[in-house]
Design a binder for this molecule. Structure first.
Ligand SMILES: [Zn+2]
Length: 224
């Protein structure tokens, strides 16, 4: 083999190798195999496309220990985590630690999901109870008020003892629509209905903040 042939061969190896891997992947995915099922399940996760799903699947296959730990963890979560029967937050105990932990019962903070609840808890600024709606009103996705835990919220308020509801849905079209719907529903119940303040994020320069956020910040300004 000449020097030229050797160099050409070395250049070809990575191309051939990557093509082979792709062919193997394609072959495995076109067949109904456990791997294609795993990739299919991973693709259902938010933000995971086919390439990421493939990368994750092959990463897991490289380490059988990680694969076992992940499968056991998934089963454990499935068997142990459920929605609290009072506030519908994800919990292992029912009622959850917040509902059974001596928190202020007179104030309920309404959030879209358990992740939002966890974010509010991290602030250490709120000491009342919560109510998780399990979503937000979204006509485009076919989600109406009856698909959310709104009836259960009304029942909790009518049970007595609640003086304020803080609406902490997201500041998205869906979150705002849900907040508006809840406000109209809750006002006649003679309780204080408030909304989380929104404005300029801490540590940001006003010149880089979008016009809508500045508008909200001006409307929600506080006296000093
Ligand atoms: Zn609870």
């Amino acid at each position: 083999m000449t020097v030229f042939q050797e160099r050409a061969f070395c250049l070809l190896i990575p191309c051939v190798a990557s093509k082979t891997v792709l062919l193997v992947q394609k072959y495995m995915l076109t067949k109904p195999s456990s791997l294609s099922r795993l990739v299919g399940e991973l693709k259902k996760l938010p933000g995971v496309g086919e390439r990421t799903a493939l990368r994750l699947a092959f990463h897991l296959l490289k380490s059988p220990q990680n694969l076992t730990a992940l499968s056991e963890s998934l089963l454990e979560v499935k068997n142990r985590v459920r929605a609290c029967s009072t506030c519908f937050a994800m919990t292992e105990d029912d009622p959850c630690a917040i509902c059974s932990g001596g928190r202020d019962e007179s104030i309920i903070c309404v959030v879209e999901n358990s992740q939002d609840l966890m974010a509010l808890e991290r602030s250490n600024a709120y000491h009342g109870r919560y109510h998780v709606l399990e979503g937000a009103i979204s006509p485009l996705s076919g989600i109406g008020p009856s698909d959310l835990r709104i009836d259960e919220l009304i029942k909790r308020i009518k049970h007595g003892g609640v003086t304020e509801v803080v609406i902490a849905t997201n500041f998205t079209v869906e979150g705002e629509a849900t907040a508006l719907f809840l406000t109209k529903l809750l006002k006649p119940l003679n309780i204080r209905v408030s909304r989380l303040a929104h404005g300029i994020p801490l540590g940001s320069d006003i010149e880089y903040v979008d016009a809508a956020t500045v508008q909200w910040a001006l409307q929600g300004r506080n006296p000093l």
